[in-house]
Design a protein around this ligand. Structure first.
Ligand SMILES: Nc1ncnc2c1ncn2[C@@H]1O[C@H](COP(=O)(O)OP(=O)(O)OP(=O)(O)O)[C@@H](O)[C@H]1O
Length: 227
């Protein structure tokens, strides 16, 4: 059996807090198999964003293991970590972290440019993904300010999927959207998880969205438990 694309094992993360340390993740373990959509709920300040930052290899834990797409991250250099992240981890943030000067299709192609692939194949793939996330082709040449919040999140999801990541992480992707639009974005995350076989983790405050997940976990004071 192939190992789960995302594994956190006994992860401890602390931040400096005056002359003490604040424990943000208290010995957290989590394994997300390919094609599974896991949601993490929990109050503000409980450690949800910290969990995603560690899973995205943006923060190194104090102790514990993080294994992405079968690779131990602990021994990797910053450069190797960046390249693993680029290949294996798609991230969708709260709201538009799209580049303001680029059109929807260019947002995806900019990622490919960093990877140095063939422009023609990249255009074809960008078109397929924008179509898949339901962005009307008439809007592919619009810049972020010419799109609605929901449309921007669709572009974000297409961009995160572009490199074919094994792991897809979404941090409150619906918080800037109205309820109905938020539900559609979460439905989209659920369906692309199955189609693309990503190990997906969604962090959300919105309990109404949890029903879409295969599994719900609760974060409280840095401790992760079954929902
Ligand atoms: N860079 C930092 N330095 C010090 N403390 C931090 C830092 N980032 C987060 N914290 C603290 O760590 C704890 C967990 O924060 P985190 O952002 O992970 O929670 P969260 O559940 O995502 O909250 P929210 O839902 O409000 O975004 C909080 O007590 C927060 O104040």
């Amino acid at each position: 059996m192939t190992p789960p694309p995302l594994v956190l094992d006994d992860v401890l993360l602390t931040y400096p807090d005056g002359d003490r340390r604040l424990t943000a993740l208290d010995r957290v373990s989590l394994a997300v198999p390919a094609g599974e959509f896991t949601a993490v709920a929990g109050p503000s300040g409980s450690g949800k964003s910290s969990l995603l930052a560690v899973a995205a290899t943006l923060l190194r834990p104090d102790t514990g293991r993080v294994v992405i797409a079968g690779r131990e991250t602990a021994g990797l250099s910053p450069r190797a970590l960046t390249s693993l992240r680029r290949e294996a981890v798609g991230i969708v943030f709260q709201q538009s972290n799209l580049l303001p000067s680029l059109t929807a299709v260019e947002q995806l192609l900019a990622v490919e440019h960093l990877r140095g692939g063939s422009p023609r194949a990249a255009r074809a793939r960008a078109g397929e993904l924008l179509e898949r996330v339901g962005l009307d082709a008439a809007k592919w040449r619009r810049r972020p300010h010419q799109l609605s919040g929901g449309e921007r999140q669709r572009v974000n999801i297409a961009r995160a999927l572009f490199p074919g990541p094994a792991v897809l992480l979404a941090d409150e992707p619906t918080s800037a959207l109205d309820h109905e639009c938020g539900e559609r974005v979460v439905d989209l995350l659920a369906s692309v998880t199955r189609e693309h076989r990503t190990a997906t983790v969604l962090v959300t405050h919105d309990r109404a969205l949890l029903a879409r997940a295969d599994r719900v976990l609760l974060m409280r004071d840095g401790v992760l438990s079954a929902g």
